[in-house]
Every structure is written in C-alpha cells, then in structure tokens.
Write a protein that binds this ligand. Structure first.
Ligand code: SF4
Length: 484
C-alpha cells in the first residue's frame, strides 16, 4: 500500500502546494518515506525516509516549484525500504520520464533475471517500480517520431502490461510534454482522475484516493478503469485509452481498512461501505443470542461500523480506548516484535466503559491476533464481565501478493481454526466474523456489478499467475523479515 499524486498545471503555474497537501491527505497509505519530483526545464527531486512533514522543509520548496509534478508516500513491500527505494523514480535519457506507483510487481525477480539480465541493465534499487519504469521507457525510446505521441504512450503501456505482472496503478510525467497514468489490467489498486479550473486553464490531477483531490479543490472526473491509460499531452486534452481488457477486481480491503473514510473508490463511498458493514454484522450478532451492554470500536477504522452496529442493536457505542496518534499504524510496522511492542503503547483503555459490562469490541479485521489478544487482556483487566470480539471483515487466511505485507499464512490466526477456536486463542468469550457474502454485499452497496479482489479471504488471486513457488517464496521472505 502506497499513495501517489501527479499534477499537470498550466504552463508557468506552480502545483507544489497541491502535491504537498495531497501527500499529507494520504499519509495513512505509507509512513516510511516520501518524495516529490517536479519538472521545470529539468527534473528536480526531494526524497527521504520519514513522514511528509519530516522530509520536506522550507528550504526544499523553491527548487521543487513547477507545473508538472509527481509525489509519493511509501510503504515498502519489496526491497529493503532504504533511501535508494524511495519513489518517485525518473530517467533523463533518452526521454525524461518520472514515475510513481502503488502496488506490487509479482514477477520482479523474473524481470530482473530475464528481461534486464539479457539487456545487461543493472537496476539501481530493489524497488519494483524501477522495473516498471525501464520497461515503459524502453518502449518509448524505440519510437520513430521525435516527439512523444499518444501512440507511443499507448504502446509503452501495452508492453508494460504484457511484461509486468501483479497489481499496480502508475502515474508519471514526460519531461515538458505531459502526464500519464495507467491502472493494471485487473484494476486492483485505486486510481482516480480530477481537474480544477484556474484562470490560466485546467489543472489536472491523478491520485490514489479521491480525498487527495478534495482537499485541494479538484472536481472528480472519474476512476480509471482496469487496463486503461490516461494521457494528457501538450494540447491539454485528457485522452482515455482502453489498452487491454480484463475483469475489474478492486481490492476489497481498501474499503475495510486502507482508504480514508472520506474517500470514494470506484464510485463507492468508503464511509458508506463501513456503515453498511456495521449494520450487516449487527444482524449476525443478533443471531448469536448473546447479550452485550456496549459496542466499543478499536480506533480508528472501526469507529464508523461501530456506530451502525450499536444503532442496529439498540445498545450504546462508546470510546473505550484512547489511541495515541503519535505511534504508527501497527499493521505497517516492519516486523512482529516492533508490532507487539507498539500495540502496548498505542491503546489506553477508559475503565468506566469496561467495568462490570459485557463488552462487544469491534475491529476492522483480525490478522495475527497480536493486537486482539492484548485488547482482550486489557478489557478483562479493566473489569469487563464478558469480552466479545467482532471483526467486520471475514477471516483473513491467505497472503496478499499485491502490495500488502499482511502476514505469513502460518501467522493468520484464523488459518485452520474456526471462530470458537480463535476466541479460545485470544482469550475472548466469543469471536464473531462477517461472512464473505455479507462483506461483499455491504461494500459494493448500490454498485451491484462490482466484483472485488478478495484473495486474502478466499485465496482466489485475480491475476491467475500466483504459483505455489511464489507462495513459498513470499512465506519465507516474510518469516525472515519477522525474525529480524
Ligand atoms: S489480496 Fe486482499 S489485501 Fe491484497 S489486493 Fe486482494 S483484497 Fe486487497
């Protein structure tokens, strides 16, 4: 999970402030590193490890001003996550191309060995984006005309889709000429296009989430379709080209956890989806016949669903945990030890909401169970009579290959356990999960035609190219990472 924004403003304009505001709006998508590349006569860049507010200082801003820019916040899935892997990337020759992405290239090692190895190209980083950039740029550089045309960009995108497997949304600029964006053939990662009218003409933007466009006053035009390219060249006319067709399978976990609730993804309100997830889960809770006095969300993502769950059940919703906002998201901590230590500092209970009560604690998901186990312990310590745990997503059982470093399959607590066994493992009196059917129904809301990537729930990887060897490799990589 990463976040990006790319902006193409009128000649002579300065889009830096919008890029910075946009990156701050999607800081939740990656807290490991941030970068901006702008173009004014030549590419200028500032990249670094840390939060947006830490990487960009006043002294960097002047040289980053320009009318073409790409910004990125990074959450590392491939590579060491050091400075060399920070996006955006760019090349100056034979054509200046800057690029950033959100996603994961599943055949990165094969590309390195077969495609780049045969061409004697040595990649400078361990970031899979570099492979995407070079495949794209290689095709552009083989063009016959002097200036880059729509056809060149279409062919470069087609070649990228053919060679680069996985899930990736890509944005970028071509030096002094224009802006491009494309979404992988399954549209797993989000990508949305908007525009803002200025006195000098339209300013165009493409971002990971609609909230990026909202905060800077851009009007939302639409999401890119799976396998679609957007090109805006020197004539400033946005052109959409369906480069390849495949079934659109956006990541359902974006709605459950990753995306900001004030975003729309593929026309669906994330907030609305979470409200409906709470309502659906309330129905399942009613069927258990158990009694809870209060619904307590695990902040932040479970708050929305907890409201509708409590309304549907006619019991109060209370803030039982205060979250220390200055500790990072546990989900994106680099290894299990760091995650365990951080959870203890992150959530502080409010005793009055637990003491003498049957508490129904709601979370967005239960992954390894480390957080849940500690939450149950805390609730008991605060004097709860019964501690029930509910997840408004279905049990997580399979690794994600598309950019989310969730867990190794051995670590998924629901793997080879039913919900009662999970409850026992966590020390809870009961554990309730949403069913996959309810989850899909709630998330797609009125968009009944939407189908999702749900591979981490059902093991059905939409790209169809995940082999047993890849499953084994990723398992070993993640186990090794967790041992560090
Ligand atoms: S496997 Fe899960 S987290 Fe990964 S893209 Fe698919 S739905 Fe999203």
């Amino acid at each position: 999970m990463c976040g990006f924004i790319s902006i193409f403003g009128p000649d002579g304009s300065d889009v830096l402030q919008d890029v910075l505001s946009g990156l701050l709006a999607i800081q939740h998508r990656g807290q490991d590193a941030a970068g901006i590349v702008t173009f004014k006569e030549r590419f200028q860049a500032k990249k670094g490890l840390g939060l947006v507010r830490e990487v960009f200082e006043e002294k960097h801003l002047d040289r980053l001003r320009g009318h073409l820019a790409v910004g990125h916040v990074r959450y590392p899935t491939v590579g060491l996550g050091d400075k060399t892997d920070v996006q955006p990337f760019w090349i100056d020759f034979p054509v200046g191309i800057a690029m950033a992405h959100n996603g994961n290239v599943t055949n990165f090692h094969e590309l390195k060995r077969d495609y780049f190895g045969k061409r004697h190209v040595q990649l400078a980083s361990n970031c899979d984006l570099e492979a995407v950039l070079y495949v794209f740029a290689d095709r552009i550089s083989r063009r016959s005309a002097v200036a880059v045309t729509l056809l060149d960009v279409v062919e470069a995108t087609r070649e990228t889709f053919q060679r680069v497997k996985g899930a990736y949304s890509v944005v970028g600029t071509i030096a002094g000429i224009g802006m491009y964006a494309f979404r992988d053939p399954f549209g797993i990662k989000p990508c949305i296009f908007g525009r803002k009218k200025t006195d000098a003409g339209y300013c165009y933007a493409v971002a990971s989430e609609s909230v990026v466009l909202d905060v800077s006053g851009y009007e939302i035009v639409r999401d890119l379709k799976a396998g679609e390219l957007l090109w805006i060249g020197e004539d400033r006319q946005p052109q959409f080209v369906q480069v390849v067709t495949a079934q659109h399978r956006p990541c359902i976990f974006e709605f459950i956890y990753f995306a900001r609730p004030d975003s729309f993804l593929d026309g669906v309100s994330v907030y609305g989806a979470r409200l409906d997830l709470g309502t659906a889960l309330a129905e399942s809770w009613r069927q258990t016949g158990l009694h809870a006095d209060v619904v307590i969300p695990v902040p932040e993502s479970a708050r929305t669903a907890a409201q509708t769950m409590s309304e549907s059940l006619g019991i109060p919703c209370r803030e039982g945990f205060h979250k220390n906002r200055y500790v990072g998201r546990t989900f994106i901590m680099p290894n299990d030890k760091v995650r365990r230590d951080t959870i203890r500092q992150k959530l502080n209970p409010i005793r009055a909401e637990f003491e003498g009560k049957n508490v129904l604690i709601l979370d967005d998901s239960i992954v390894r169970g480390n957080t849940s186990r500690q939450i149950v312990k805390i609730a008991r310590h605060m004097g709860a009579k019964k501690v029930y745990l509910a997840s408004y997503s279905a049990p997580l059982l399979h690794q994600c290959f598309y950019g989310i470093d969730m867990s190794t399959k051995r670590e998924f607590i629901a793997r080879n356990r039913d919900h009662l066994e999970v409850a026992k493992e966590l020390g809870a009196d009961y554990v309730l999960y949403q069913t996959i059917e309810q989850m899909v129904e709630a998330v797609r809301r009125t968009k009944t035609e939407l189908k999702f990537c749900m591979a981490c729930f059902d093991g059905n990887y939409p790209t169809g190219d995940i082999t047993d060897q890849m499953l084994t490799d990723i398992e070993q990589d993640r186990l090794a990472a967790n041992k560090e």
